[in-house]
Design a protein around this ligand. Structure first.
Ligand SMILES: NC(=O)c1ccc[n+]([C@@H]2O[C@H](COP(=O)([O-])OP(=O)(O)OC[C@H]3O[C@@H](n4cnc5c(N)ncnc54)[C@H](O)[C@@H]3O)[C@@H](O)[C@H]2O)c1
Length: 337
């Protein structure tokens, strides 16, 4: 059975010196990335204050964290009034991750998504400003839309459909970046923006409706259902394993040279979606057939980060290859399905 404690402990060792005893606010703490981030910070000796409204996060993700004395959890919506206890604390770091982030949710909860990334971002920035804390906003590769430059560097401004089905996410993340930079420029707040490219791993939601491709393929393969590929599957994606992403985020938060910067964190190894479907089939030894469905609107044909900036500024690069990361993910999914 998959057990993430070893991976959490390994990561925490790298960051203990910097985070031990620090007060850290994490929004979206019960989500996939937020719970990994919280666990690593807790293991590194930080005092972690987590906020989540369980819009897409799961209590299961924070079960272990809740047993620790250095974890303080508040069920709250980041775009509404925040708990008094949170407003009273004195934080060193604020990480803003709270936002629904899957295609199913873009369609069903567009206004909530917009609020988390705009009003929610401003609320988190205000807390950071009052505390003179360092602030990190989790943006997304989606802000590049259907990029004309691939691999895409941070200097590319994006090619986004402002009224399309994904726009609630793309455009609100873009505005979230703008608000973050406004706090940096107007108040001199120490901010950082990470543009996260497709990240996968244990703790992603297993319910297929959420529509993220790795958990969808893995659940379909493990339950013998057809693997659903959109279009002909020739579109490419690049997949970053969760521990690599968390290491990148923490390095960005700590770098003395990254104030006011925006950095891509993702794995630049590209694979076609049909290639991914075959790889998942192979690794799960599944008999599932592959089924082709119409391509959703605005589905980007290529998605791949240029990570030169992360390499130079943070001395970061991914360590876990797709096969290895998928094997761990599959093992974890076997335990929860
Ligand atoms: N995983 C990826 O590949 C990826 C890629 C790009 C960007 N991101 C960004 O990283 C962040 C975390 O994503 P994730 O993959 O962990 O998704 P997730 O859905 O697992 O986590 C998001 C968390 O935020 C919480 N949340 C949502 N709206 C909230 C609100 N208004 N108030 C309080 N909590 C709220 C959810 O309940 C959930 O626990 C998001 O901002 C997402 O946009 C993720």
């Amino acid at each position: 059975m998959y057990d993430e404690t070893k991976e959490v402990a390994e990561l925490a060792r790298e960051f203990r010196e910097e985070f031990e005893g620090k007060k850290v606010l994490v929004s979206g703490a019960a989500g996939f990335l937020g719970s990994w981030l919280s666990d690593v910070l807790l293991e590194a000796g930080a005092e972690v204050y987590g906020i989540d409204n369980f819009a897409s996060g799961l209590r299961r993700n924070i079960e272990n964290a809740l047993k620790r004395e250095n974890f303080h959890f508040y069920e709250a919506d980041v775009s509404k009034e925040l708990p008094e206890e949170v407003l009273r604390e004195d934080f060193d770091f604020v990480f803003h991750l709270a936002s629904r982030a899957s295609p199913f949710e873009f369609e069903h909860y567009p206004l909530e998504i917009i609020e988390s990334n705009t009003i929610g971002t401003r609320n988190m920035l205000e807390i950071a400003r009052r505390n003179e804390a360092r602030f990190l906003f989790t943006s997304t590769s989606e802000i590049y839309g259907q990029p004309k430059v691939v691999p895409t560097p941070e200097t590319y401004w994006g090619y986004v459909n402002p009224i399309g089905i994904r726009s609630c996410y793309d455009e609100s993340k873009r505005l979230g970046e703008t608000i973050t930079m406004a706090y940096h420029r107007q108040y001199g707040l120490d901010t950082r923006i990470v543009r996260i490219f497709n990240t996968y791993g244990p703790r992603m939601r297993a319910d297929g409706i959420y529509g993220r491709v790795v958990p969808r393929f893995v659940t379909q393969a493990l339950t013998g259902k057809p693997i659903t590929v959109f279009g002909e599957g020739k579109q490419t994606r690049s997949f970053c394993y969760v521990t690599d992403q968390i290491r990148g985020i923490l390095k960005l938060a700590l770098s003395e040279r990254a104030s006011g910067e925006v950095v891509n964190i993702g794995n630049p190894d590209e694979i076609t979606i049909i290639g991914l479907a075959h790889l998942v089939k192979e690794l799960t030894a599944s008999q599932s057939p592959i089924e082709f469905h119409p391509l959703p609107p605005d589905d980007p044909p290529r998605r791949c980060p240029d990570i030169t900036k992360a390499r130079n500024l943070l001395n970061w690069e991914p360590r876990v290859g797709l096969r290895e990361g998928l094997e761990k993910t599959i093992e974890w999914f076997r335990g929860v399905l």
